[in-house]
Design a protein around this ligand. Structure first.
Ligand code: SAH
Ligand code: SF4
Ligand code: F3S
Length: 487
């Protein structure tokens, strides 16, 4: 399961959800504590939130378990992005019915985006659920659990304009000890017409700059060598510094470029990544900051969603095809051909014609993406698209367009990987390869997975690897030199 998400280069909707599903808590060691089992679905933000939830409940004396049968409380941290993400949770709840039958005192809670979308309705629809908790209400978990302990059902789905959990130190649940995620903002104000996130995660807000720097520094001091700064739209990070000086700044508004630079300055051996960049917001200043620091990885996840301007307008993405292509040109100019670029694509959005679908394919060819996450459009209730547009592309057509997008990306990924053959790539080792303990894996700056023989190398090392072979998903090579410092 570990890093499976990153190991797959081409992800279809089914693949993506299959590997995102079920990050479960690990076995704790306290003998008499109440046991918490938490299972996370959806995006990295949700995984990061589960670490916050675990931290809050450990403060209350809970210990984690990896076995739901042993749990006193079972939490599902859910995703609502597409219908099948929700169906997966519904099936999981059915499965948990037996647990509840055998041990009726087990508390079952639904957290996250599906909880926020369905609110108290979820209690009516899924009888075994005791507690429904939205993404901004996790501090309230202890009292919600107390309510359930006293025999009631409990709901808190209030969305906040301020909550960022800045002061809570996450309990790293699935750590390889080398790479970690740091949430730098929450919510989204963009209102892409297809998307449920603004409704499930609320208004966009940026987390306190100092707490982010402190978290990254602490991770580095504990041996971590890579942090990924997370937000739905990291380029709109904005934080007002106070009038007295802290961390070398005062009065100014801290932008994402400034934050990125500050994190990069913690130590040259700490790699910095970030996700996601909205094409309308990524600034040249961010690109120049990336270019100026060797330890800021040259990889940008820049979701296009479609290659056709009319469809982009309907999606309310606020950029055109030409504008997007121009951003890619600027990225290539400032960061070079080696910079990895990936996208998200939606096949069969409302009213999309065959020619417009071809525009998506031709945009992909033009950009030469390294990776892509690809989905068939799934209408989400109450989103602007659901209210105003017709979900009129037949399911079979969506699926066919999606498979054309996937096959094209397969070819593009292979072509891009072939360009890496015969070159030396600096890799941060994250662990053993999935297939054999004789091999290690890590990623290069462009976020490509590189697999190579173990030899004397270890997790957490930087190694220069000569790439000798590749598939569409992975680069294969041979370590040639261990590097103590990446700069
Ligand atoms: N904030 C990120 C995306 C977060 S959601 C961004 O703006 O790029 C991750 C991806 O899920 C989206 O990029 C989109 O491709 C996909 N997605 C979102 N809503 C969808 C829907 N209703 N149907 C299909 N795919 C969807
Ligand atoms: Fe959804 Fe658009 Fe916000 Fe991304 S930017 S989370 S796609 S509304
Ligand atoms: Fe899913 Fe919520 Fe993330 S809808 S993709 S878990 S923000």
């Amino acid at each position: 399961m570990e890093r499976l998400f990153k190991d797959l280069e081409i992800l279809t909707e089914a693949d993506k959800e299959a590997c995102e599903v079920m990050r479960v808590s690990e076995e704790g060691k306290k003998a008499h504590a109440r046991k918490l089992y938490i299972e996370s679905y959806g995006c990295q933000m949700n995984f990061a939130d589960s670490e916050i939830v675990t931290s809050i409940l450990q403060e209350q004396g809970f210990d984690t378990t990896a076995d739901f049968a042993k749990a006193d409380i079972i939490l599902l941290n859910t995703c609502a992005i597409r219908d099948n993400a929700e169906q997966k949770v519904r099936n999981r709840l059915k499965h948990l019915t037996t647990v509840k039958k055998n041990k009726p005192e087990t508390i079952i809670g639904v957290l996250g985006c599906m909880a926020e979308r369905l609110k108290a309705k979820l209690l009516e629809e899924e009888k075994i659920v005791d507690m429904v908790v939205g993404p901004d209400a996790y501090r309230d978990l202890p009292s919600l659990i107390a309510e359930v302990d006293s025999g009631q059902k409990a709901v808190n789905v209030f969305l906040s304009r301020e909550e960022t959990y800045a002061d809570i130190t996450p309990i790293r649940l699935h750590t390889n000890g080398v790479t970690a995620f740091i949430s730098i903002m929450r919510g989204c104000d963009n209102m892409c017409s297809f998307c449920v996130v603004p409704f499930t995660r609320g208004r966009e807000r940026s987390r306190d700059y100092m707490s982010i720097v402190a978290e990254a520094r602490d991770l580095f001091n504990r041996g971590y060598r890579e942090v990924t700064l997370l937000g739905q739209n990291v380029d709109s990070y904005k934080w007002q510094a106070p009038s007295h000086e802290i961390e070398g700044i005062k009065n100014e508004v801290v932008t994402f470029a400034k934050l990125l630079e500050k994190i990069a300055q913690i130590h040259p051996d700490l790699r910095v990544r970030f996700s996601t960049s909205h094409p309308k917001d990524i600034t040249d200043e961010v690109l120049h900051t990336m270019a100026a620091y060797d330890n800021i990885c040259k990889y940008i996840h820049l979701p296009a969603q479609s290659g056709n301007t009319r469809v982009l307008e309907l999606m309310n993405r606020t950029y055109s095809r030409d504008w997007y292509l121009n951003r890619v040109e600027v990225i290539r100019r400032i960061l070079g051909q080696e910079c990895g670029i990936s996208t998200d694509m939606i096949a069969g959005f409302c009213t999309e014609t065959e020619t417009e679908h071809q525009d998506t394919l031709s945009l992909m060819e033009a950009v030469q993406y390294d990776f892509a996450y690809m989905f068939a459009y799934s209408e989400r209730p109450n989103t602007p698209a659901a209210k105003k547009l017709k979900d009129d592309v037949a399911e079979t057509v969506k699926k066919r367009r999606l498979s054309e997008i996937i096959s094209l990306q397969q070819r593009l990924s292979l072509e891009r990987n072939k360009q890496d053959l015969g070159k030396v790539h600096r890799v941060l080792i994250e662990g053993f390869s999935k297939k054999s303990e004789e091999y290690l894996f890590g990623r290069n700056t462009a976020n490509k997975v590189v697999v190579f023989p173990k030899k004397q190398y270890q997790k957490g090392d930087y190694v220069d690897v000569l790439v000798t072979d590749c598939t569409a998903a992975t680069l294969l090579g041979e370590g040639i030199e261990k590097i103590s410092n990446i700069s």
